[in-house]
Design a protein around this ligand. Structure first.
Ligand code: GAL
Length: 712
């Protein structure tokens, strides 16, 4: 396997390895050593080339402070290597040994209610704590020394899903580090008071040591500047914690690749130092965890959404944990992938950018808090259908990997994403509005269901390959992005800016310029003069939002709400739409074309949707939030030819994605349902999975998959 230095972060970046990493997270410490050789043989026979080891086993590696014992892992690595399987090792800092938390209790997280975490689960140590960082460096140094010369250890995962169980901590150590961070950021307390708006509610401080970690609703709402900086601090501290480990590992062996496996993206700024430190990112993909979430739209659409959101941070990535079967922890359980579905889900990850994939996990645990979380083989040590599917997937990868590596995922419609500050700014002051992601998801889901190449991109990334950029209500639009976005429009792109964009500066202050702020106002030719809230279509005003008001907790006691009758409507083309969440009243420059108009109440006749020609492209503005009908309206009346599906007349359950490089195009067709389907109107090509030529039509069986090498 050859590693080249990673290119700068971009959604168009390809993976810097010349091999597809394929395997399983493996826990040899969970079974008797007599299993090991047989495990290694079967891992190799499945077609896997790698396992991931060690992320929760610090207690075995350092049974007493300063006494290291890597013998179990040395032997496990050797046995795996004897069958040709290499190892990715992990720093084990998600689970400190009990002696550590007993001797250094100050490293434990403290929750918002002041409860100190206890030993017994995981991620209970506070990565902000300098004492914990010291121990993290110690174990990383010992591991780096141990494996620097071992050719069977080919790369590293830092920690495990940092911040997934908890990202906040209210410990004394965290508070001290927060103050230190603020001191470095602002230098003087006056500057901080200005940034946080010290003259509002007497929030001003006399010195940094008076500052506390903000606590929600204790008793009232916290100033957005204070909250934003706490989350900036957490992201900064998370990156610093990882940076210690990366520096040590790179110093020990510069040939190693290093990644992190992300779970919930909480307080991690992936385009900042955190992502820049790594060779590539890893995203753990558990599609069925989100199946029953409100508005999820089914796990195939949600999986696609998560993968596309992730890819925006760094380009191609690996999936260090891909769900293989039923999954549960004591508090929840997921649906179970049906026969063929595990392979389909894995190929969906590959289609949307994964250039490496490990099925979670080799075998399920017999003890602990994940005993029903299934793996590739079963509890009785017998390989059954999941093993066969994993093997089939390995054969698939073998057939496509030469063509696959070096390609990027086509995206014609892009939603602005991957920006830490905007994500947090929304959360500091949401006002009951949807988040940028919740709003953008409506456009993503439309494109997903129609087979339109869609994804997410940061506005400072290379926009030359996309046709449409939708900005979903980014309150903290930064002036330094204007030039890139304007160039995109001048060169023929269509920009659509959503309501509330550019309403705050980096401190969460409302600027004196009208929204969307000087740069975007000029580009779109609009200024927002007034805005107001409207009830969500179908909702009963504030009752719909909170469920309670002034002590009425019982929905049966609801009074008629006046807000429900105060909905604003607008026309776009020949259709009347209901506004969602917000209406805005716009002042327009002379060269702005009005595409949609408010059609009732006092706003009647004023512009709701606008477009301005700029160079070869258009800058459009939408003075409300998306709804499903509005997405259709925008497609019909604004986007038109820019949103052609990759394959026309796509059957409903078929996912289509295009991966491409200059000399080749791979069209992934994935049946996400158990009913067989016929896909028609396909370009001529060869299905790399079956080796058969395709021209026009293709039958896909239950969860059937094809990867066409096509000429488009
Ligand atoms: C991931 C985690 C794994 C395992 C898995 C299944 O979030 O990294 O350690 O817990 O979920 O729950």
């Amino acid at each position: 396997m050859k590693r080249t230095p990673p290119a700068p972060l971009s959604v168009w970046r390809t993976l810097n390895l010349d091999e597809f990493l394929l395997g399983v997270p493996h826990y040899p410490e969970h079974v008797d050593e007599s299993y090991w050789q047989r495990d290694a043989q079967r891992i190799a026979a499945a077609g896997f080339n790698v396992v991931r080891l060690g992320e929760f086993a610090w207690h075995l590696m350092e049974p007493r402070e300063g006494v290291f014992d890597f013998s179990l892992f040395d032997r496990a690595i050797d046995v795996l290597a004897s069958e040709g399987v290499k190892t990715i090792f992990c720093t084990p800092t998600a689970t400190p040994p009990r002696w550590l938390t007993a001797s250094y209790p100050e490293v434990l997280r403290v929750d918002e209610r002041g409860r100190t975490a206890t030993h017994g689960s995981r991620q209970h140590a506070d990565t902000n704590s300098p004492v914990y960082r010291m121990h993290s460096r110690r174990i990383t140094e010992a591991l780096a020394r141990q494996y620097a010369g071992n050719p069977n250890v080919i790369g590293w995962q830092t920690d495990n899903e940092l911040n997934t169980t908890a990202s906040t901590s209210y410990s004394e150590a965290s508070e001290r580090e927060f103050r230190r961070y603020l001191h470095d950021r602002y230098e003087t307390i006056d500057k901080l008071n200005l940034a946080w708006g010290g003259n509002f509610w007497a929030l001003a401080y006399d010195s940094f040591d008076q500052i506390t970690i903000p606590r929600k609703d204790n008793p009232g709402f916290v100033a957005p500047g204070h909250m934003q900086d706490y989350h900036r601090f957490l992201a900064h501290a998370t990156a610093a914690f990882q940076h210690d480990q990366v520096e040590i590992l790179r110093g020990a062996n510069p040939e190693w690749f290093i990644f992190h496996n992300l779970g919930r993206l909480e307080d991690v700024d992936l385009r900042g130092q955190f992502g820049q430190d790594l060779d590539f990112l890893g995203f753990d993909i558990y599609p069925m965890l989100y199946d029953e979430m409100r508005r999820a739209g089914g796990h195939p659409a949600t999986q696609a959404l998560h993968l596309d959101v992730c890819r925006a941070y760094s380009g191609n990535f690996i999936v260090p944990e891909q769900a293989s079967g039923f999954g549960s922890q004591p508090g929840f359980s997921t649906m179970t992938p049906e026969p063929g579905e595990m392979r389909r889900m894995a190929l969906s990850s590959v289609a949307r950018g994964a250039d490496g994939l490990l099925f979670f996990r080799w075998r399920p645990a017999h003890f602990g808090a994940e005993i029903y979380w299934m793996g590739i083989i079963d509890h009785d040590d017998v390989p059954r259908r999941r093993y066969q599917e994993a093997k089939q997937f390995a054969e698939d990868i073998d057939r496509i990997k030469k063509d696959l590596l070096g390609t990027t995922v086509r995206m014609n419609v892009a939603i602005a994403g991957a920006d830490f500050d905007n994500q947090e700014a929304y959360r500091t002051y949401p006002m009951g509005m949807p988040s940028p992601l919740e709003d953008g998801m409506l456009l993503h889901r439309y494109c997903y269901s129609k087979g339109i190449a869609c994804g997410f991109i940061h506005p400072e990334d290379d926009l030359s390959r996309i046709k449409v950029l939708y900005v979903p209500h980014w309150v903290m639009w930064k002036p330094e992005w204007n030039e890139n976005v304007e160039a995109f429009v001048r060169n023929g792109g269509t920009l659509i800016v959503g309501a509330m964009t550019g309403t705050r500066d980096e401190n969460n202050h409302i600027p004196t310029d009208l929204a969307p702020g000087p740069g975007l106002s000029k580009l779109c030719g609009v200024r927002v003069e007034e805005f107001g809230r409207v009830a969500e279509p179908g909702a009963d005003g504030l009752f719909g939002l909170h469920g309670t008001e002034f002590g009425f907790h019982n929905p049966a006691k609801r009074l008629p709400s006046s807000s429900a009758s105060r909905r604003h409507r607008f026309t776009l083309g020949n259709r009347e739409h209901e506004a969602a969440h917000l209406y805005e009243l716009l002042a327009l420059d002379d060269d702005v074309e009005v595409l949609g108009q408010w059609s009732n109440r006092f706003a009647s006749g004023r512009a709701a949707v606008t477009s301005r020609k700029v160079g070869k492209g258009r800058a459009c503005y939408v003075g409300t939030y998306l709804t499903e009908p509005l997405v259709e309206g925008l497609v019909d009346h604004v986007l038109g030819a820019d949103v052609q599906p990759l394959v026309p007349d796509l059957p409903p359950a078929v996912e289509v994605v295009l991966r491409e490089a200059e000399d080749r195009k791979l069209l992934f067709l994935l049946n996400c349902d158990a009913e067989p389907v016929e896909v028609t109107s396909l370009p001529a090509g060869i299905d790399l999975l079956s080796g058969k030529p395709v021209n026009g039509g293709l039958a896909l069986g239950p969860y059937g998959c094809a990867v066409l090498r096509v000429h488009l």
